[in-house]
Design a protein around this ligand. Structure first.
Ligand SMILES: [Zn+2]
Length: 139
C-alpha cells in the first residue's frame, strides 16, 4: 500500500513542475536572521542555530474576574457574615463578641467593661445587624 502511494505521489510530483523544491514546508517559512536557514514562520527559537528569532506568543491575558466581595475587601471594608454577627450579638453581645468579630477590638473591650453598653448597645446592634445585608461590610 505504501509503495503504491509513494509511486502515485512521485508521479504526481513529476507532472507538477511548479512545486518548489521546498515543498516539504507546508507551513509558511521565514529565514533565520542569525544563520539564514529556512525555518517555520512561527518558530520562536531557530532549530538550526538555537537563536531566538521571534517573540513568544503571548497568551491572551485572561481578565481576572473581580467579584464584588473582593472589591469590597480591598477598598470598601471587610465582609462579615450577617448571621454570624447576629448570633454572636444575641448570645455573647454582652461580651462584645460581635464587635470583636467585626474587628473592632476597642468597642469589644468597651462592651465587656460596660456589659454591652448596659444592654442598650447590644440591643441596638442586634436590630442594626438584622437590618444589614448579608454579607455586610465593616469599615
Ligand atoms: Zn538560525
Amino acid at each position: 500500500m505504501s509503495d503504491y502511494q509513494n509511486n502515485a505521489n512521485y508521479q504526481g510530483a513529476g507532472y507538477q513542475n511548479s512545486v518548489p523544491p521546498q515543498g516539504q514546508y507546508a507551513r509558511p517559512t521565514k529565514f533565520c536572521q542569525y544563520c539564514g536557514n529556512q525555518i517555520d514562520v512561527n518558530a520562536v527559537v531557530c532549530p538550526k542555530c538555537g537563536c531566538q528569532v521571534g517573540q513568544f506568543q503571548q497568551q491572551p491575558q485572561q481578565t481576572v474576574v473581580v467579584n464584588n466581595s473582593n472589591v469590597n475587601t480591598i477598598g470598601m471594608g471587610r465582609p462579615r457574615d450577617k448571621w454570624v454577627a447576629v448570633l454572636l450579638c444575641f448570645f455573647l453581645g454582652f461580651l462584645g463578641a460581635h464587635k470583636f468579630y467585626e474587628g473592632k477590638a476597642g468597642m469589644g473591650i468597651l462592651y465587656i467593661l460596660t456589659v454591652g453598653l448596659f444592654g442598650i448597645g447590644v440591643l441596638v446592634d442586634f436590630i442594626t445587624l438584622l437590618c444589614k445585608p448579608n454579607p455586610y461590610y465593616v469599615y
